[in-house]
Design a protein around this ligand. Structure first.
Ligand SMILES: Nc1ncnc2c1ncn2[C@@H]1O[C@H](COP(=O)(O)OP(=O)(O)OP(=O)(O)O)[C@@H](O)[C@H]1O
Ligand SMILES: [Mg+2]
Length: 242
């Protein structure tokens, strides 16, 4: 059984169809890359899966159970955490306090503050952020804020993490560092990952499979090589005929 299953998911905003009949599955432990031009529906897809937006039609299942009607915090406790494209830390809380909030409210496994502190210290250590534990979120650089988004998601003890452009705005060395962190976390925590990214180098290197959205429609799905060779993807995404 697939870990995540989408069945004919559509999302309309008034007359705009942001997602059109998206069906797909993600198997446990895999990395699914999601690509598409601005406005293609990528973030909307995450919002629907995470319970921020109800789909207009269709169903989202985790381990065969529908997530429809659950609030974002309930979806999170079922095991799906996400990062935000526009970083959304609690600005006046420290890095550690941000993680503790995620761990204590987002996880079913952590029962008390002591457990949460130990867990969050491990997450910070794994991401090379222990030295920033007491820094307020607003004082972080963009690349550190992106890492904090990832750390917060992981702190929930999730099985699935959805990463929305965690590499946007980063320098090439910072992208390489983030790639290494994602790979390491994927491996050590046995995460299933859905990743939206415009940085093609990253998406091609990380993904087992890639889905391509165009005006809300799924126009291609396959291995990175299959996507790179797909003429329709070239036409709509790179604006060229192959
Ligand atoms: N809450 C909303 N209300 C109305 N329209 C929305 C809402 N959220 C998204 N849209 C519209 O739905 C379409 C898809 O938006 P979405 O944010 O999912 O795109 P995206 O693929 O994530 O783009 P980007 O690469 O720019 O982040 C866009 O036309 C957007 O304007
Ligand atoms: Mg987006």
């Amino acid at each position: 059984m697939s870990l995540i299953q989408l069945e004919g998911v559509s999302k309309n905003f008034g007359g705009l169809r942001a997602l059109a009949e998206i069906s797909m599955t993600v198997d446990e432990g895999k990395i699914l890359g999601i690509m598409g031009a601005n406005g293609a529906g990528k973030t909307t897809l995450f919002n629907v899966i995470a319970g921020y937006l109800p789909p207009t039609t269709g169903n989202v299942l985790l381990e065969g159970k529908s997530l429809l009607g659950l609030r974002p915090d309930q979806v999170c406790r079922r095991g799906i955490a996400r990062t935000f494209q526009i970083v959304k830390p609690f600005q006046n809380l420290t890095v550690m306090e941000n993680l503790l909030t995620a761990a204590m409210f987002g996880s079913v496994l952590i029962r008390n503050r002591q457990q949460a502190v130990a867990h969050c210290q491990t997450v910070l250590k794994d991401l090379g952020m222990l030295g920033l534990a007491d820094t307020p979120a607003h004082a972080l650089t963009l690349s550190k804020q992106k890492k904090l988004e990832l750390a917060r998601a992981i702190s929930t003890g999730c099985k699935v993490v959805m990463l929305d452009e965690v590499m946007a705005g980063l320098t090439p060395p910072e992208v390489s560092e983030m790639l290494g962190i994602i790979r390491e976390q994927h491996h050590s925590r046995k995460l299933t990952i859905l990743i939206i990214e415009h940085v093609m180098r990253a998406l091609m290197q990380l993904s087992d499979r890639i889905v391509v959205l165009h005006h809300g429609e799924r126009i291609a799905m396959g291995t990175p090589q299959e996507i790179a060779d797909n003429p329709r993807v070239h036409e709509v995404y790179f604006g060229e005929q192959k």
